[in-house]
Design a protein around this ligand. Structure first.
Ligand SMILES: Cc1cc2nc3c(=O)[nH]c(=O)nc-3n(C[C@H](O)[C@H](O)[C@H](O)COP(=O)(O)O)c2cc1C
Length: 230
């Protein structure tokens, strides 16, 4: 592992402004280059940037499990694929039950179809992505509290997003994924995680193909901004 320092910026690709970086870091799935290996130092560089994020009481209880071993990736990929197809079936069943669509005739707009297409591609290829990074946090006890968990996840997820941004700045694509958590225990065993360590996100990481990432359509601010109250 290389030492982490804010000066580790040698591999930054050049001219993305902060706003460009923040508005074009998309979920990369079918444009992940599965054939090109990623140097370990580049991943360390991204993690070195990530750990500049805040954490409650500056505890820095995050842990980064960098999975490059082919067998481990294949096993995690298998769990991910299983979780994805179960999720897909549940979704369809729910949409049919709610009258949103009829069996065998999915009602999806073009954007939804693209999303399903690319999510399925990732599910089918997760185990082939050259690097799988699991961001996890050690909460010091084997049970997550029932009460507000904002302090726990707030001490991990900003750093994980910084990792994704640092990766994008270096020509690496990622997708924020969570479906593997349906097999959280099995994956924890595979990765030999202590029972006080909880996984927050799985970030498949690879060089991306092409560089035409754009700002995404989002809900208008009027739907989500509340001034001086709801
Ligand atoms: C909490 C969370 C969980 C997600 N889980 C998955 C996942 O398991 N698999 C996946 O392909 N994408 C997953 N995504 C990615 C979203 O589908 C994606 O961010 C969203 O469609 C917007 O697309 P964009 O990131 O390209 O803007 C997740 C995103 C978040 C924030």
């Amino acid at each position: 592992m290389t030492a982490s320092s804010p000066d580790d910026t040698m591999s930054v690709r050049g001219a993305l402004s902060p706003d460009e970086l923040l508005t074009t870091t998309r979920s990369v799935r079918w444009r992940l280059d599965l054939t090109r290996s990623v140097p370990e130092e580049l991943i360390d560089e991204c993690i070195g940037i990530a750990v500049q994020a805040p954490s409650a009481q500056n505890a820095q209880n995050w842990h980064w499990i960098v999975v490059t071993d082919a067998d481990l990736r294949r096993s995690i990929g298998g769990y991910y694929r299983q979780a994805y197809y179960t999720y897909l079936e549940e979704e369809v069943r729910q949409r049919i039950a709610s009258g949103h669509e009829t069996a065998g005739a999915p009602h999806q707009d073009a954007a939804e179809r693209r999303q399903v297409h690319s999510s399925r591609y990732l599910a089918d290829h997760m185990g082939e992505v050259p690097v799988l990074v699991v961001a996890a946090i050690d909460i010091g006890t084997p049970v997550l509290p029932d009460a507000n968990q904002a302090g726990i996840w707030g001490s991990l997820l900003p750093a994980a997003w910084s990792y994704a941004l640092a990766a994008r700045a270096r020509g690496l694509g990622t997708t924020w994924t969570m479906l593997h958590l349906r097999h959280e225990r099995e994956i924890a065993e595979l990765l030999r995680l202590p029972d006080t360590v909880f996984q927050g996100v799985l970030l498949p990481t690879a060089y991306y193909l092409g560089d035409t990432f754009r700002r995404a359509p989002r809900k208008p601010l009027s739907a989500v901004v509340h001034r001086n109250g709801w």
